[in-house]
Design a protein around this ligand. Sequence first.
Ligand SMILES: O=c1[nH]cc([C@@H]2O[C@H](COP(=O)(O)O)[C@@H](O)[C@H]2O)c(=O)[nH]1
Length: 481
Amino acid sequence: MWSVFKRNAIKVYNKNIRIPTCIDISKQVKHALQNNLPIVALESTIITHGMPYPKNLMCAQEVESVVRENGATPATIAILGGRIKVGLSTSQLTELADTEKKKPIKTSRRDFGYVLANKLNGGTTVAGTLIVAKEVGIEVFGTGGLGGVHRDAAVTFDISADLIELGNSPVAVVSSGVKSILDIPKTLEYLETQGVFVATFGKDKAFPAFYCRTSNCDAPYNVTSAFEAANIIRNHFNLGLKSGLLFAVPVLEEFAMDPQKMDKIIEQALLSANKKDISGKEITPYLLSEISKITQGSSLETNIALIKNNAKVATNIAVELTKLKRESNGNTRVPGKYVSTDIGNKPRSVLKRLWDKLRRRKSILAEERRELMATGGGPPKPPASRQPEFDNLIPHLNFETNVDDDFEGINLKNNAQGTSALKKPHVYKENDGLNELKKARLQLIKREEAQMEELHMIRMKEAQYRREAAKFLMMQEEKKK
Ligand SMILES: O=c1[nH]cc([C@@H]2O[C@H](COP(=O)(O)O)[C@@H](O)[C@H]2O)c(=O)[nH]1
């Protein structure tokens, strides 16, 4: 997919993602990315333009704690001094939150170039955060409210870039829907056009309106658990869909505001914005602060409560998603040294040792296999000693099995059954009146099939190591230059 960033210098992280040079990733986030641990992206316009200092700083810190307590790494995304940061230290968060000192820019897609070129600070909107999350491979993002289609969009054309970005980012966003300062039906319509999956997270389909638990609209879908959400995300991504997903979480009952009262307050705030001729990117921050004034701060409390709750839901989803991914690619039992994402940082000598070990193992198995073929149906010989790191790994890996010959050029189609065992696994019935010789033969074939799978696995690993080693050498060469 087209990317806004140039990638002239390369760092290799999880999934061999090439990170643009203008992005700095904190140690914790880097560690989580490299080890496939759950991560939750957090935006920073909430901090810079969503609430006043020091409440904004406290809120940002509390939200990060919620993520940590629930088992994921928080990755607050922002711009400091023209560098994009993924994961902020306390002092960086403080610098960003103290908006009077270095006035940060509300940064959406169109603003990045300017903020980076002028070495400014920036609070990334949902759109801005999605761009960065997608670049570094973070799949779950928790926030307060999403931008949307403004009520008078037919005249002003004011449609938040958040919606377009969500249509182009394979990231799951957890928010409390959109504020009723926006046109909710049109926002949902627009999301549909963009191919964004939308579901409420809770007991029904009533789409939440930020401060209020319901709007007059229903979401197309409803999920009731983090696992259900993660499963949808996993399938959405597996299909290679490039659009995002939105899970709308109603604010907790005890913090919810009355929809009718809120409507009046919003009308009042909109009128005031109109009088002052406020428009474009200024409108959301202005309305938020006006609403907070009118409600004497209670809207701000609701805002903070819902952001924290969304962070918790996002974390639970990220944790479930990580589990699902591990189960499907077998990483649960794969020893760290064989995980491809871990290879990028290994010195060549270590790569070589691993490679040699794989080759040795492969030739032992090939030898055993040849012996098996030569027994002509006699009693099985004791199998080669088991190696748990392979044996544990194999059943958990979804690898392609429709190959015709193995690495040594032995045609797997010519096994004892005369067909490819790998293409179509046989089902053997142990007690169906076979004589001893036949039983022994079947046992052999069963073992052989298991070993062929193992061989295939090893072959794939070898190819992977070869690629990684080549890449490593190239990197060494580049360093020398
Ligand atoms: O309650 C809030 N809703 C939305 C925002 C921010 O406003 C942005 C949308 O701005 P606009 O409508 O200008 O695109 C969102 O991405 C988010 O960062 C916020 O701070 N607080």
